[in-house]
Design a protein around this ligand. Structure first.
Ligand SMILES: Nc1ncnc2c1ncn2[C@@H]1O[C@H](COP(=O)(O)OP(=O)(O)OP(=O)(O)O)[C@@H](O)[C@H]1O
Length: 263
């Protein structure tokens, strides 16, 4: 099989998947006097970070920045050892986005494609071989119990099924960074538990996950991790003023060549 054009883990040997240095994010003026906050943090390989906070505290905006969907208002961002700030090259941005998956609040589908074809799309964009695409797509459809909807069109499906499909599409490539916004974590308890269990396996293999919710995760969550609260109120500096969250060893992130994960 031709090797897909992707970022191999050897190109980012350090343990940090994400480094934010005084990244300027908006927040409701009702929460932050100037309507903005400055966030510095590191997220390591094999780490889960729960991003909590009230409505309009900047959770979605933070995920959008890490997904490289928004230009930052200021500060610096490094993703997998690449400068992901305003001067990021188009090619680097495209390659990083192939390793970042985002289950956003209102997932958008190609409405003229079936659910199965929508889920296969990230594999096609990563130039996987046809037989691999078929096998991986069928596996993840089964994994998320979406087999009966495989040939349906997204517009004909309920919101829960669309969110399930968005989760399948986000995870089919076994990404290095997984971002999940609130609805997939709150709409349906069964979906939430299955999603968190699946992400836990990817995190154990070295991925990093950021999950946004208004309320902190319950103690019995299948995906334990560090919790931060927005809007960000940094502690007074004490030597190293950047909080560094070390959880787990610097494992290699899962590679797209690892087969059968969802079988
Ligand atoms: N493009 C933008 N330009 C300026 N301000 C923005 C932009 N997008 C969002 N905001 C503001 O940033 C603040 C944070 O919004 P965000 O959607 O990140 O909040 P949230 O914590 O995800 O909220 P919720 O829990 O309600 O989803 C809000 O006050 C919003 O109005």
């Amino acid at each position: 099989m031709a090797s897909p054009e992707t970022l191999k883990h050897t190109s980012y040997p350090g343990p940090s998947m994400i480094i934010l240095e005084q990244l300027l994010l908006p927040a409701s003026p009702a929460l932050m006097p100037e309507g903005k906050q400055s966030l510095s943090l590191k997220v390591e390989r094999g780490e889960t970070l729960w991003v909590t906070g009230p409505a309009e505290s900047g959770k979605t905006t933070l995920l959008d920045h890490i997904a490289l969907r928004r230009r930052s208002l200021g500060g610096a961002m490094t993703i997998m050892n690449y400068d992901a700030g305003p001067r990021i090259r188009k090619r680097t941005c495209r390659l990083l986005q192939q390793r970042i998956s985002y289950v956003d609040a209102v997932p958008i589908f190609m409405e003229r494609l079936t659910l199965a074809d929508n889920i296969a799309l990230p594999l096609e964009l990563n130039h996987f071989h046809k037989t691999d695409i078929q096998r991986e797509t069928e596996s993840i459809l089964r994994w998320f119990g979406l087999g009966a909807h495989a040939q349906s069109y997204p517009a004909t499906l309920s919101q829960t099924i669309r969110l399930k499909a968005a989760c399948a599409r986000a995870l089919v490539t076994q990404p290095s960074i997984i971002l999940v916004d609130e609805p997939a974590l709150t709409l349906c308890p069964d979906l939430r538990d299955q999603l968190l269990t699946t992400i836990q396996s990817l995190v154990t293999n070295g991925a990093a996950a950021l999950l946004a919710t208004q309320v902190p995760p319950p103690p019995d969550t299948p995906l334990a991790g560090r919790v931060i609260t927005l809007p960000w109120q940094p502690d007074p500096p004490s030597g190293d003023d950047m909080p560094s969250f070390h959880a787990g060893s610097p494992l290699s992130p899962p590679s797209p060549e690892d087969r059968g994960f969802f079988s």
